[in-house]
Ligand binder design. Sequence first.
Ligand code: NCD
Length: 303
Amino acid sequence: MHHLLTLEDLDRAALTRLLDRAEHFRTHAAPRDLLAGRTVLTLFFEPSTRTRTSFVLAAKRLGADNVNFDLSRSSTVKGESLLDTLHTLEAMRLDALVVRHNENGMPAYLARHANTGVAVVNAGDGTHAHPTQGLLDALTIRQRHPDFANLRIAICGDIRHSRVTRSDVRALHTLGVGDIRLCAPRAMLPESLDAFPGCTASEDFDAALADVDVVMMLRIQKERMAAAQFPEAADYHAHYGLDARRLALAKPDCQVLHPGPINRGIEIAPDVADGPQSRILDQVANGVVVRMAVLAELLATPA
Ligand code: NCD
């Protein structure tokens, strides 16, 4: 593995190895010098709380140097092209470039045009992929359900614009989950299920929740839709919000996931987000160790 751009090329063994490594970092002291002398640059063209911070912490916990590229103060605001920015940064000797961009495929484009051996990690590109989120969600689920076969999983919300769902589905399908139910109002369902192997789609949230082991809720990605498409918040919550009544339709120990940021009272009721079945903060904690595993896999020279 030289870059991490999507989860599409990772088979079950490769995914399992990354999850095992992340779990090891969670339960053992981090080897503080594993990435000593390596430099990881985080380059985010879209806002981020969890993803950026956890990549920074992951790099630091393994002893790498981290540079957080401050776009608002950089020459991209003076019109420097992305490739000129890439080559300028590469000339300073980087080992990894963690990039988030609103255009699908931009991390792959940078990986193709890199002059040096820099490893490119996709931290979310448009609606296309968010591979480390797919890994951390799989890890969070695996901590309660070590066997992915026979799991029933519902994913509800703005699927159409969700790079998280695309990467989650890749990971979960490859790991053996056979029943993945996508649920949303029609305007938020994807036009085709080609990028969603092993999934069914419906508009009926109550039906989709029947006997699921895991439900993942998603934010409405207003930044990726026209204002006219925004649903009315109260109406959306009535049909697609996860509240205590709906959660009771799932299995009694159903885990509730959400990649964040959450919009309380819209896609999820506060008592569910903060309730005993919520794994939302476990996902955040797992995000750090998954990103440690990815950086270790890409950058640590084998002994
Ligand atoms: C997601 C993203 O940016 O794709 N957030 C995240 O990385 N945890 C989902 C979202 O923004 O709704």
